[in-house]
Design a protein around this ligand. Structure first.
Ligand code: GUN
Ligand code: ZN
Length: 443
């Protein structure tokens, strides 16, 4: 280990995951260092462990020259991952009384049409990225709008903040308003140009984004499959089996497909690197085929509750072998907060009599999300060499939390209570590649 002036030494309680703790809560799935040290150099993790052990091995010069961040009494975790979110829908959040298809027509499409104006896209993208960081989220898989410049706006905002971010232009050539419609061919040309401009630049990756089966012709879905396979590392995102009326509509539009998943199968839209929002009403057969393909599901519990879509069967999905991530799905979802999302995931699991542990929830929001997005080689935990995006949490950030913490006796309890009761007030700092970006706590 060579001493570098770029090194940072971070002290606090540290929690990160090595694997899925599972339903039975396997304690070897995570590491917790009550008095922990994280050593970062050049934006990457050099070492993580107990403070005394790490300090003992740290070269004298590094110890003297490293920037020191004291987060004693606080919890440090890998930055959270929001695996499915629509940045143009920041002003759709909390729109009353409609379920998916009506909600799209009445609230979402008119709002997205406003993104024809580049300045709307730029202003929203900057706000969105700043708010992600305020909530402790450091990576997201983001839907833009049909307008190619909406992707430029998001990637520019992410790039200037050095964020690891995935996004793509929505592809949508039927069953939507005229002013939001592309064509199969124009979407190919636009996506190819965006891929050329952005894919693999800094920490950005292009994600082919056909909105969902009903808004694309077969010709466009075919092109989406070709784009997905056109360059290494390109991701794909869409929606799947969210709402009963949507499923019936897909059956009508694609009569030759035996179920919803078969539409995406037909056009080569499954496989590792593909992630689908919702997946609430899948049959066992669909789950088995999805697992075999390597495609993942983004569980969006606040959205599923808000839009009245249903209760996602997390255990059945994970047991089938499908990678699952957590996601806000703003603006169907009600908050950019992954804590609020984890709370909703727990509440849904309770209605299904399969309570989700705090540990598994945090796994899903960190390493699980990274695996689902095929990013676990670079983010998701603090193994040496990973990119050092992390969030610092304060357990007693509100009077109610402080009161509640007085009677907690274990990490389990503290973590769970903060997850159920907390929000962005619990974020003491967020670091990107080791660097604090909104450190309003003592640094
Ligand atoms: N299905 C197709 N488009 C959307 C969207 O914008 N939000 C949600 N929740 N579901 C969708
Ligand atoms: Zn969505």
């Amino acid at each position: 280990m060579h001493p570098q002036p770029t090194a940072r030494l971070i002290r606090g309680s540290i929690l990160h995951f090595l694997s899925d703790p599972g339903e039975e809560v396997d304690h070897s799935a995570w590491e917790f260092f009550e008095d922990g040290a994280l050593v970062v150099d050049d934006g990457k993790v050099l070492q993580v462990g107990h403070w005394n052990d790490v300090l003992e091995k740290l070269p004298e010069l590094t110890r003297q020259t490293a920037r020191y961040h004291d987060y004693c009494g606080k919890l440090i975790t890998p930055g959270l991952i929001d695996a499915h979110v629509h940045y143009p829908q920041m002003s759709v959040i909390g729109s009353y009384g409609r379920q998916l298809l009506d909600w799209l027509e009445h609230y979402t499409f008119p709002t997205e049409a406003g993104f024809a104006d580049l300045s709307v896209a730029q202003r929203t993208a900057a706000f969105f990225c700043d708010r992600l960081l305020a909530h402790g989220t450091t990576t997201a898989s983001v839907y833009a709008t049909v307008h190619p410049h909406s992707v430029d706006a998001l990637f520019e905002a992410a790039q200037s903040r050095k964020l690891r971010m995935l996004s793509g232009k929505v592809m949508m050539d039927r069953n939507c308003p005229e002013n939001l419609r592309d064509t199969a061919e124009s979407s190919r040309v636009d996506c190819e140009a965006l891929i050329e401009r952005w894919h693999g630049k800094d920490r950005l990756l292009y994600t082919v984004t056909p909105r969902f089966a009903p808004t694309s012709t077969e010709a466009q879905l075919q092109i989406a499959g070709e784009l997905f396979r056109s360059k290494p590392g390109i991701r794909l995102q869409s929606h799947l089996s969210e709402n009963r009326s949507e499923i019936r509509w897909v059956e009508e539009l694609f009569p030759d497909c035996k179920d919803y998943l078969a539409v995406y199968e037909k056009f080569g839209l499954l496989g590792p690197g593909a992630i689908y929002g919702h997946g609430i009403h899948l049959s066992d057969k669909e789950r088995r085929r999805m697992a075999a393909s390597g495609a993942a599901i983004a569980h969006c519990p606040t959205s599923n509750l808000f839009l009245g879509s249903g209760f996602f069967e997390l255990d059945a999905t994970l047991s089938a072998g499908i990678p699952v991530a957590l996601a806000t799905d703003v603006g169907g979802g009600t908050s950019l907060s992954m804590l609020r999302t984890m709370e909703a995931a727990y509440e849904v699991s309770q209605t299904l009599h399969a309570p989700l542990s705090a540990y598994r929830t945090w796994y899903l929001a960190t390493l699980g999300g990274a695996k689902a997005l095929q990013l676990d080689d670079v983010i998701g935990n603090f193994l040496p060499g990973k990119e050092a995006d992390f969030t610092v949490w304060q357990f007693d950030a509100t009077p109610e939390l402080a009161w509640r913490m007085e009677t907690t006796t274990s990490l389990d309890e503290r973590l769970f209570a903060m997850t159920m009761m907390g929000d962005e007030r619990c974020v003491a700092a967020t670091h990107i590649l080791g660097e604090p970006v909104n450190a309003w706590a003592a640094v």
